[in-house]
Design a protein around this ligand. Structure first.
Ligand SMILES: [Zn+2]
Length: 372
């Protein structure tokens, strides 16, 4: 073993020194967690890096890459990646009914939801095991109560037995009076990576977005059923939404979901851009969404493909047209996945605009009538 090593080391060193362009397939990174990026940098070279899309080529044989790293690499070529803006429609005719809907978004209320979720403590799903007073449990309770207070029927979808409690998604349903109505799903994850009273942007902001959309839509009758999801376990492999997708498929409900919206990190703003992320087959849907942004918000949308790493992916894999709305990844929160992901630097006017955009999307695809 030692002999082999002694022989191999100079060879490896020589290979590093004299290597021409790195060959082999390129891989899309399915996490941008800072610790993961550091580990990947040790075994790869960058091929492409713009916004949400980072491609690398390995500088070691794939067999030598630890399984937990390999699980977050997906073979992809630069040709698979798209990032583009859509010109604003020349005629910006706003529908008064949609203007009335989006005018109901309250940025202070949105901030209040996010602050309450942030201050629940440590929200990692694993803290359900580690602590009797876990923030994850407190966040589930807070969100469920908030949805119930709005008049929704709520449900805990618990998908993992824990020693002390259960890991659950919080669901709220708004039933349409229409016969055979299809469903619109709105998702945002409520768990964090687990720093104390942090994860304000990732993703108290998106979970708050789900609550604010639910609050506004509680004032409307729709010709679609509405399914609001505060997903758990996103930071541990999108666990909650994958488990929910499995259940929705088994019950046949997934086939009734017309399309879905995900909000993950919607409150850090430096450039007024919002990323709309989906897969290639839903490009037209994403472009239509982007067109609404210029009519009903101050956001400049950027479309990015392919989709990875959040709660939109299980829906996309089930064939449901879905997009992720997320702060511009070209200039994203520098405290991403760190203890400093706090409320103070966030912009709730910007987050409110993302909520307005997603409401305008629903109004564009469903018939909504104010209850009074
Ligand atoms: Zn997140």
């Amino acid at each position: 073993m030692i002999k082999t090593l002694l022989l191999a080391l100079p060879l490896l060193a020589a290979a590093r020194l004299y290597a021409g362009p790195v060959s082999g397939p390129s891989y899309l990174l399915l996490s941008h967690d800072p610790a993961f990026l550091e580990r990947v940098a040790e075994i790869s070279e960058p091929v492409y890096a713009k916004g949400r899309s980072r491609l690398v080529r390995l500088t070691v044989p794939p067999a030598q890459v630890p399984a937990e790293i390999m699980a977050l690499l997906r073979a992809a070529s630069p040709a698979d990646i798209r990032s583009y803006t859509v010109p604003a429609p020349s005629e910006k005719a706003a529908d008064p009914a949609v203007l009335s809907l989006v005018s109901r978004v309250n940025s202070a209320g949105l901030m209040g939801y996010a602050d309450a979720i942030t201050m629940t403590g440590k929200r990692a799903a694993r803290d359900l095991d580690a602590s009797a007073s876990s923030g994850n449990r407190a966040a589930m309770d807070y969100i469920e109560n908030a949805l119930r207070d709005m008049g929704y029927a709520t449900e805990r979808h618990c998908y993992k037995d824990r020693k002390k409690d259960k890991e659950c998604n919080i669901l709220a349903r708004g039933k349409s009076p229409a016969q055979g109505a299809r469903t619109i799903a709105v998702v945002g994850h409520m768990d964090s990576v687990g720093h104390e009273n942090a994860g304000a942007d990732d993703n108290a902001s998106g979970a708050a977005g789900v609550l604010e959309m639910a609050r506004v839509l509680a004032g409307y009758r729709a010709d679609h059923d509405l399914l609001f999801i505060a997903a758990n376990g996103e930071e541990t492999g999108v666990a909650g939404t994958y488990a929910l997708a499995k259940k929705l498929k088994a019950s046949g409900e997934m086939s009734r979901i017309a399309w879905a919206i995900n909000m993950d990190m919607i409150a850090w703003n430096r450039n007024g851009l919002v990323d709309i992320e989906t897969n290639q087959e839903h490009a037209a849907f994403a472009e239509w969404v982007a067109g609404l942004a210029s009519v009903y918000t101050r956001l400049n949308p950027n479309i990015t493909m392919p989709a990875w790493g959040s709660d939109h992916v299980p829906f996309l894999e089930a064939g449901v047209p879905t997009y992720l709305s997320i702060e511009s990844w070209e200039d994203h929160n520098p405290c991403y996945h760190q203890a400093c992901d706090k409320m103070a630097p966030l912009s709730w006017d910007y987050a409110a605009d993302i909520v307005r955009l997603n409401l305008a999307v629903i109004a564009g695809k469903a018939r909504l009538a104010p209850k009074k």
